[in-house]
Design a protein around this ligand. Structure first.
Ligand code: URP
Ligand code: ZN
Ligand code: ZN
Length: 475
């Protein structure tokens, strides 16, 4: 099956030009000024951008957490992602405490297979890594799972102590893989939460008050220091505050391989959301918490100057009704997480490109290319080039929509509210192509459950391997 996209403005992280793109099977096979070729199907992209499919490197689909399970499974979550212009996501598989990480991987494969409508990979959440299990990290990498998330937060649940973090980092250095860190001092935060609840401070707003940005900054500082001693790169997930960003900047200025992602919620929302009437603030209970508004400008600067590298959603949806309500009398029992996988591209285009903060190339870099490179999928994914997967989005830079749980164009997530309710955005994905198949068109889903494939990712260290020694090194 061939597909010819004509008259589009091709935008990648580095290019911006008008051309036609020919897709045959699953790949881009030809790009030219005016292609006069036979094709089974022609799409006219006049007035539209043709960009690489979005890559969301941080989602939690069907994740057991906070006494419940996140509301999107691999079918509903990836379908919503597709509507939003995302054609690949990297979800987090979880190692059960005291159990094999390989068993955790199998569980997540079973959740995704036959359901995902777009391509997907897995990071592995490590909850327990004694010496005897370190060998599993290399085995996971052989299976295409080349990054791990460790938590300095959530003591007693997903938390790892510094010894575990150091051990895992050293092993990642041996294997050429990448450690992702949820960097917040969960031990101190839990003490603050305990005191707040004892004092009767149980409303959603205390979620933010009990998670000071200093404790995120401390986590980031410690994660980077441990990584530096282990001699490995580190990737900080869902960075939310200036305090945390300053630590990343300081490290990078010293030549340390510290990378970080942020998320739309930290760029567009602030802690006043917790003051919504009644219990509505629970919708924004996510970790890290929303911050004071002035942090947003600092995060945009981080994106502009290259100290923040990717934009993920941390999509972890819980319905207000029946799930968020678990914490009605105690904010610490509200399941942590919020939906967002569908709205990332439009929010970023509107706030970034239309808002004059970033170029259209930077938009592509932040929403696709950088994640493909960081997580071992480039150049198969993350760009438009001959031989790359035909993961393409025909994006209307002028179309305006109001994001709402009630707008059938902006909300397909299996959750009863939208984090960005009422946001007006300019810039909208109209045709979404996943490995050569049109999966969204005319505001309708044209793909199928199981159409997405597991992507075996390369090791981060493959970028760094010394040709002479064959060793992985960041030095
Ligand atoms: O609140 C959040 N972010 N929930 C998902 C788990 C995590 O920490 O990423
Ligand atoms: Zn996290
Ligand atoms: Zn997360």
């Amino acid at each position: 099956m061939s597909l010819l996209i004509k008259n589009g403005r091709i935008v990648t992280a580095v290019d911006d030009y008008y051309a036609d793109v020919l897709v045959e099977g699953e790949q881009v096979v030809m790009i030219g000024k005016t292609l006069e070729v036979e094709s089974a199907r022609v799409i006219d992209a006049t007035g539209r951008l043709v960009i690489p499919g979005g890559i969301d490197p941080h989602t939690h689909l069907e994740m057991p957490f906070g006494g419940t399970t996140s509301a999107d499974d691999f079918e509903t979550g990836t379908r919503a992602a597709a509507f939003g212009g995302t054609t690949t996501l990297v979800d987090f598989a979880i190692q059960g405490k005291g159990r094999s990480t390989l068993e955790g991987l199998e569980t997540w494969h079973a959740k995704a297979e036959g359901k995902a409508v777009i391509d997907y990979g897995f990071h592995m959440i490590v909850t327990d890594m004694p010496d005897s299990r370190l060998v599993e990290m290399g085995r996971l990498a052989d299976e295409g799972v080349t990054s791990y998330k460790l938590f300095m937060a959530y003591p007693g649940v997903l938390y790892s102590d510094d010894a575990t973090i150091f051990r895992a980092m050293r092993q990642a250095g041996e294997d050429g893989t990448l450690i992702c860190m949820h960097a917040e001092n969960g031990i101190v935060i839990d003490e603050i939460i305990k005191t707040a609840v004892q004092q009767g401070k149980t409303a959603p707003r205390y979620h933010a008050k009990t998670r000071p940005t200093r404790m995120e900054g401390e986590g980031v500082h410690r994660a980077i220091a441990i990584a530096e001693v282990a001699g490995v790169p580190v990737y900080i997930v869902h960075l939310s505050s200036s305090d945390a960003l300053e630590e990343v900047k300081r490290a990078r200025d010293r030549g340390i391989h510290a990378f970080a992602e942020t998320c739309p919620q930290y760029l567009f929302l602030d802690e006043t959301s917790y003051d919504a009437p009644g219990f509505e603030g629970a919708k924004y209970v996510m970790t890290p918490a929303l911050r004071e508004k002035w942090n947003q400008d600092k995060l945009w600067q981080g994106l502009q100057f290259g100290d923040l590298h990717t934009i993920a959603t941390d999509h972890c949806p819980f319905c207000f009704s029946g799930q968020k309500e678990l914490g009605r009398t105690d904010f610490s029992k509200i399941p942590n997480g919020a939906p967002g996988v569908e709205n990332r591209m439009s929010l970023l285009y509107n706030g970034g490109v239309v808002g004059g903060r970033i170029s259209v190339n930077k938009f592509v870099e932040l929403t696709s290319t950088a994640a493909a490179k960081m997580f071992g999928m480039f150049p198969r994914k993350g760009t438009i080039a001959v031989g790359s997967d035909a993961d393409l989005v025909i994006f209307n830079p002028d179309r305006k929509e109001t994001i709402s749980v009630l707008n059938p164009h902006t909300h397909h997530m299996n959750v009863d509210y939208n984090t960005f309710e009422g946001f007006q955005v300019q810039g909208f994905p109209e045709v979404v192509i996943s490995r050569g198949r049109v999966i969204v068109e005319d505001n309708a889903f044209k793909g199928r459950a199981g159409g997405g494939s597991f992507i075996k990712r390369a090791r981060y260290g493959d970028l760094l391997r010394s040709p002479s020694s064959g060793q992985f090194s960041v030095r």
